[in-house]
Design a protein around this ligand. Structure first.
Ligand code: NAD
Ligand code: DAU
Length: 358
């Protein structure tokens, strides 16, 4: 039975990943979820698995040396799937420091704990793996043409992407220096259930349903390459099981969309999906779209070339954007309580502060 240490498992992608692993492997795995529950961590995401006997949650900061080392003593960990991070670009522009602490020093702490636990006099124990879940933002930004490949030079622009790049370089340095068994995945923008509504898709759904302005940064022509979160989970799992140590894999499904297109799609589908007697339907229209001051240093376009992961590991996305966005909007409609419960209090303060000058 393999034991997984999942960091950041109460966040958007981490919680979807835990649910994915339990669906795929059932009782044949044990999952230790380590998350310090920042504003982005939400144990509600894990209600469906929280009572499984092979699931355990620790409210722990990945920067805490003692507690992280203790987990490696208490459990024979086979896989570290490292999601925990500060993940929002806008927050990194306002407050970079916490991004350096968690994303860089937290990763270093995990690398050291895994190295201490897994290293023997004859090298590393067989069958161990550390997966650094990274992002396409480490490659910087593209113009209207071209794609990011694994050998595209690293060129991060925001404090968030700089911190993720630094963490990736630490992982690579451990592979090179110690022959540490790790891989890095670099994925494009994810969407799906349980995404915190500071990110474009859930923010637009939430604002539209409340009749609030839909803030579009700049002219709305920036391009993101969207991937349904379960397709990301499948890619990470394939990498952790099949990839040769040290390999880096880009993950994306050629689903490029301009931000304004995404907003149009959400408005159209909400108007179609909501019944006429739902009061929220009357609040929704294109008049809510508000072009606001651009994000500082706003990367123009991201687009992943997923050729290597397809060729080496046979990964292909299973969910088209047309299907995935409907599944996602339906999920937020069905789970509106989940959205409501996290858009009170602290979130209102965040929103006011982030959007007041725009
Ligand atoms: P998220 O913000 O939804 O979740 C992050 C989780 O990490 C939260 O549960 C939070 O409580 C936890 N966390 C933060 N700091 C911590 C600390 N110091 N110790 C322990 N736990 C801590 O993020 P997400 O969107 O799920 O992203 C997960 C990972 O995937 C990140 O590493 C991110 O860089 C990467 N990624 C995200 C995307 C995307 O589109 N969201 C795309 C590519 C890669
Ligand atoms: O590409 C992968 C990255 O995708 C991940 O590494 C990050 O963790 C994740 O947050 C995401 O970063 P982005 O900055 O691309 O995502 P965000 O949802 O914040 O913004 C998507 C696009 O929408 C971007 O061009 C900015 C724009 N935007 C965003 C918000 C929140 C708006 O126009 N209005 C908004 O209110």
């Amino acid at each position: 039975m393999k034991t997984y240490l999942i960091t950041g498992g109460a966040g958007f992608i981490g919680s979807n990943h835990i649910i994915y692993l339990f669906k795929k492997y059932g009782d044949n795995i044990k999952i230790i979820n380590v998350d310090c529950l920042t504003y982005a961590g939400n144990l509600e995401n894990l209600k469906s698995v929280e009572n499984f006997p092979n699931y355990k949650f620790y409210k722990t900061d990945i920067c805490n040396k003692e507690e992280i080392n203790k987990l490696f003593i208490d459990y024979d960990i086979d896989r570290v799937i490292h999601f925990a991070a500060e993940s929002h670009v806008d927050r990194s522009i306002k407050n970079p420091e916490v991004f350096a602490n968690t994303n860089i020093l937290g990763t270093l702490n995990l690398l050291n704990a895994a190295k201490n636990a897994w290293e023997t006099n004859d090298g590393f124990m067989p069958g161990k793996k550390f997966v650094q879940v990274s992002t396409d933002e480490v490659y910087g930004a593209l113009g209207e043409e071209g794609f990011f490949y694994e050998d595209t030079p690293l060129d991060p622009r925001s404090p968030y992407s700089a911190s993720k790049t630094s963490a990736d370089l630490l992982v690579s340095s451990y592979v090179f220096t110690y022959k540490f068994p790790a891989n890095i995945t670099r994925c494009s923008n994810n969407y799906g259930p349980y995404q915190f509504p500071e990110k474009l898709i859930p923010l637009i759904i939430n604002n539209a349903l409340s009749g609030k302005d839909l803030p579009v940064y700049g002219d709305g022509r920036n391009v993101r390459d969207w991937l349904y979160v379960d397709d990301h989970a499948k890619a990470i799992d394939l990498v952790s099981e099949k990839a040769k140590d040290g390999e880096i894999y880009n993950v994306g499904g050629h689903n490029e969309k301009r931000n304004i297109e995404i907003i149009d799609i959400i408005i159209d589908y909400l108007l179609k999906a909501l019944p006429d007697d739902d009061k929220r339907k009357k609040l929704i229209s294109r008049d809510l779209i508000k072009f606001v001051e651009d994000r500082k240093g706003h990367d123009f376009r991201y687009a992943i070339a997923p050729d290597k992961i397809k060729r080496d590991l046979g990964w292909e996305p299973e969910t088209s954007f047309a299907e995935g966005i409907i599944m996602t909007i339906d999920w937020y409609l069905k789970n509106f309580n989940w959205l409501e419960s996290i858009t009170k209090g602290e979130y209102m303060k965040y929103y006011e502060e982030m959007y007041k000058d725009r």
